[in-house]
Design a protein around this ligand. Structure first.
Ligand code: SF4
Length: 304
């Protein structure tokens, strides 16, 4: 019987803290809080989706002023009382302005948005990991681009405040998994480029994966799914990310005092298992998980 498809975030949650995985994916304990990082990420992704739909429909981009006005409007419309700000040295306005800077950076860098043919935006990709289809993965490609015959690019927007080194991106699983899906879905693919946009840094990083690397990734992902499916115990693994964990209030790990206020945030100094920059993306995935689907699925955002 085919196993249910795994997202990159589901795999990562198990690797980061098996207990959090249990709460989120096995027991499916609902939570109505949303981290400010996830909230910000969603708003920025929605605006970039709108922007490219606008360009596709009208043949010209909206102005930067329109883009930022729409962002501010959406921020206010979607804001709710359960948005959680962990870092006590920052407020909602800090994050709203951070999102604004991300959008402005992207806009100025990519105007007039004619770089390649946009094949799909917020594209749900299904990935078969074995011939029989017993092992599957899934994800959402922020923007899929075709650049000439058979040349594709998988674009991903990052709103986090941490820029990973290239060697870390070279081992990144998420976009490489998406590449497997693109190779399966689009028969004309000859070449695939993985492209990360670190919006806060105005930095675009591109990489490719060899067929051998993809094969290794495929085999390792199957192995990891087997490990997860065979798990009968889900130990806690406390660390800096506990501050962002939506199950902190029920976590029995003695290293945690659920009533204690969060400490100063960890720096991205390599001593932590993840950095705050990662937290920004990881938090977005927790929102996906608690709702059972991506917060970005469900509707097409058309115009600014
Ligand atoms: S609070 Fe920390 S140890 Fe407990 S479930 Fe969450 S991430 Fe794991």
């Amino acid at each position: 019987m085919p196993k249910s498809p795994y997202s990159h975030s589901k795999l990562s949650t198990f690797e980061t803290c098996p207990r959090q995985f249990e709460y989120r994916y096995v027991q499916r304990i609902p939570r109505d809080t949303e981290s400010i990082e996830a909230f910000l990420g969603k708003r920025v992704h929605e605006i970039l989706e709108r922007l490219y739909h606008h360009v596709g429909r009208h043949g010209r981009p909206p102005s930067l002023r329109q883009v930022l006005e729409r962002y501010r409007q959406d921020w206010g419309l979607h804001w709710h009382e359960n948005v959680k700000i962990v870092r006590k040295d920052r407020d909602a306005e800090f994050y709203r302005l951070h999102g604004e800077r991300c959008l402005e950076n992207y806009y100025r860098q990519h105007y007039p948005f004619e770089d390649g043919e946009t094949v799909a935006i917020e594209h749900r990709i299904a990935i078969r990991l074995d011939e029989e289809g017993s092992y599957r993965a899934r994800g959402i490609i922020d923007r899929l681009v075709r650049r000439g015959t058979g040349a594709y690019e998988i674009h991903d927007y990052k709103t986090g405040a941490w820029l990973p080194p290239r060697d870390r991106l070279a081992r990144d699983r998420q976009l490489a998994l998406y590449q497997l899906g693109v190779l399966q879905e689009f028969p004309d693919v000859e070449h695939v480029e993985l492209v990360w946009h670190y919006l806060a840094f105005r930095k675009t990083i591109s990489m490719t994966r060899s067929p051998e690397e993809l094969e290794t990734l495929r085999a390792e992902t199957i192995k990891q799914i087997d490990t997860i499916e065979a798990a009968t115990e889900y130990p806690t693994r406390p660390g800096p990310l506990c501050r962002w964990c939506e199950y902190r209030d029920i976590c029995p790990d003695p290293a945690l005092d659920p009533t204690a206020p969060p400490e100063a945030p960890p720096d991205g100094d390599g001593r932590t298992r993840r950095t705050p920059g990662d937290v920004w993306s990881a938090s977005a995935t927790s929102a996906e998980a608690s709702s059972g689907e991506s917060p970005r699925e469900g509707k097409q955002l058309l115009l600014l």
